[in-house]
Design a protein around this ligand. Structure first.
Ligand code: GDP
Ligand code: MG
Length: 250
């Protein structure tokens, strides 16, 4: 939906990979318009599926991303591509995913609309008006929003404006970053390690099963060849016997 692309545009550098799915949260720092900015890129989730459909590892990566920018993030950017179709599951799913953090996420959030072609403010506004889900999300975020054209990397004004909006959020929260439970960090790291170990064990098991299956198929092929071969030899013998019989009867 443009999360990694947005991170690259904000930092003015290609630091986040946009050709593969973001599996791990990553932090990158850069001076932007005189401010030291840390952007943390995270995996995402599907707007029309419940949280149970988001892989556990992605959930933990999203959850642990706040520890990558101590003392805590000042602003969350909720990335929504313009024109995205929502479903009745969107709001419950968003709420459930945000439960991965503390409750005051919305007070630090700006909705970041991503577009790949220039779009007028009027179109954005009419989009919002026509969409109750979008209206609800924006309302939760204090109607803070910004439109970012992710295919126009040269437009630095759109980034400057976004950073100004971020500074307003910092002011509104009296400079207090989103509160992060530091003691939680190690527990999350352990959980990630455990899940990765389990995934690797599952991979080993699947590989062994594949090898076993391949050996079984190879064995069957050999057996089939042997049966086929014996049928041919029997037929051949029958013909020979028949010929002998015919010749002896003449
Ligand atoms: N057409 C279109 N392409 C998009 C949009 N958002 C992202 N992309 C493209 O999809 C690819 C993956 O984008 P990325 O920023 O990695 O998405 P992420 O998965 O949210 O991090 C990139 O080539 C983007 O240019 C969108 O709203 N419309
Ligand atoms: Mg990504």
């Amino acid at each position: 939906s443009g999360k990694s692309s947005a991170g690259n545009i904000i930092l003015g550098q290609n630091v986040f990979n946009t050709s593969i799915r973001t599996a791990q949260s990553e932090a990158r720092q850069q001076e932007v318009f005189g401010r030291q900015i840390t952007v943390v890129d995270t995996p995402g989730w599907w707007w029309f599926f419940p949280r149970e459909n988001t892989p556990k590892l992605d959930q933990i990566e999203i959850q642990s991303s706040v520890h990558l920018c101590p003392p805590g993030p000042n602003v969350f950017l909720l990335v929504i591509p313009v024109g995205l179709n929502f479903s009745t599951l969107t709001i419950p799913s968003l709420k459930k995913h945000l439960e991965l953090f503390n409750t005051d996420v919305f007070s630090h959030t700006i909705v970041l609309f991503t577009v790949v072609a220039p779009v007028s403010d009027k179109r954005i506004e009419s989009n919002i008006k026509a969409n109750a889900t979008l209206k609800w999300i924006l309302h939760q975020c204090g109607d803070r929003k910004h439109v970012l054209n992710i295919s126009n990397r040269d437009d630095r004004d759109q980034v400057k404006l976004l950073i100004e909006k971020m500074e307003t959020v910092v002011g509104q929260n009296r400079g207090r970053p989103f509160s992060v439970d530091v003691s939680h960090e190690n527990a999350l790291r352990e959980e990630i390690k455990l899940l990765e170990e389990r995934a690797s064990q599952r991979k080993d098991k699947a590989q062994k099963q594949r090898q076993k299956l391949r050996a079984l198929i190879e064995g069957r092929k050999k057996k089939l060849f042997f049966i086929f071969h014996s049928i041919i030899s029997t037929l051949f013998a029958a013909i020979v016997v028949n010929e002998i019989y015919i010749s002896s009867s003449i």
